[in-house]
Design a protein around this ligand. Structure first.
Ligand SMILES: [Zn+2]
Length: 335
């Protein structure tokens, strides 16, 4: 059931939703959880299409309703999200949504509200939405998304049917890329790098220069690991000057992924590596620093990322992290 939904992977979630719909057991509130770019909003839009589709096999993708929702122009489907980096979902946004939800659908069967990343809602906004979740209009379907249910108030979560989306298997992502004309080698690399986040994979594969930028990051990372303390500090300084503050945590995500690969190489898990194109270099490094070294570096990188998320001083945080990374180069020790 649900094979024709415009969703890659997440078959069990699609099956459950289309069963809800077919049995007349559609819920008024859903919460889709999972990591960024995994397909939560795509699934929400597909559900919005399914509930308002006018064909016998919803969502058909072809009727007026499906097409309007597909291009973001259906009068009964509204998306709200926090605005800008570090933005919150504000109570005024929730109030505006509630005013619309109170009205009968304009042309569809249901008014659908997709509220993205609801963990970014202010306390007031969450309280306001709770009222709607407690007594939703009969023609309303609310779909919330968030990285995990633990980030939301239990009173909100208990009113929703929760579907936890997991990363897709590498093979599924690779096949989806291949089906879009990406060549085999590239599809395999991007699928592995994606960690099963299909939205990320599709974006990277379609972005001019995105993979080149990543290759530069890989080369830079090997340089840093090979440098002595002074070289590393110089690099840290340069990075802070060149990388915008809100992109630092993405950079650390990347470093985390490559240290995870070193650890995998050191523990014999080569086949599960993400950065397959530099597999030999990663394996050589793993040989040099061993499992302990790889683990220490991975741990230091994770901690640094967590601290940056808490607004720690970037320069200090990176310096502490770089000092904890094992030395792997043949440089002459200066300090
Ligand atoms: Zn349709």
């Amino acid at each position: 059931m649900g094979e024709h939904w415009p969703v890659i992977g997440h078959e069990w979630a699609v099956a459950r939703l289309s069963k809800n719909l077919a049995n007349g057991r559609l819920r008024h509130a859903y919460l889709f959880t999972g990591p960024e770019s995994i397909g939560k909003t795509t699934l929400a839009l597909a559900l919005a299409q399914a509930v308002n589709c006018t064909s016998r096999e919803p969502p058909c993708g072809a009727c007026r309703s499906c097409r309007l929702i597909g291009r973001g122009g259906h009068p009964d489907v509204r998306r709200i999200a926090a605005r800008g980096k570090g933005g919150r979902i504000r109570i005024e946004q929730v109030r505006g949504l509630q005013r619309e939800l109170a009205l009968k659908p304009y042309e569809g069967r249901y008014r659908v509200a997709i509220i993205e990343e609801f963990h970014k809602a202010t306390g007031n906004a969450a309280d306001a939405l709770l009222k709607t979740l407690e007594e939703p209009p009969s023609h309303a379907v609310l779909i919330l998304t968030a990285p995990s249910a633990e980030l939301l108030l239990p009173t909100i979560v208990s009113r929703c049917q929760v579907l936890s989306l997991r990363p897709l298997p590498v093979g599924t992502v690779r096949d989806a890329l291949r089906a879009r004309g990406v060549d085999e080698e590239m599809a395999d690399l991007v699928a592995r790098l994606s960690g099963g986040r299909i939205g990320w994979a599709l974006r990277i594969a379609s972005q001019e220069g995105a993979l080149e930028r990543r290759s530069e990051l890989v080369a830079e990372w090997f340089e840093i690991v090979g440098a002595g303390p002074i070289g590393r500090f110089a690099k840290a300084e340069a990075l802070i000057r060149s990388v915008p503050k809100d992109e630092l945590s993405g950079l650390l995500d990347f470093w985390e992924s490559i240290w995870r690969d070193v650890l995998l190489a050191a523990t014999g898990g080569l086949d599960r590596m993400a950065n397959v194109d530099v597999g030999d270099k990663v394996a050589a490094l793993a040989e040099k620093i061993g499992m302990d070294g790889a683990y220490r570096a991975l741990d230091a990188t994770r901690r640094a990322r967590a601290q940056l998320d808490l607004n720690a001083n970037p320069r200090l945080t990176l310096e502490v992290m770089l000092l904890s990374w094992p030395r792997a180069g043949d440089h002459h020790q200066v300090l």
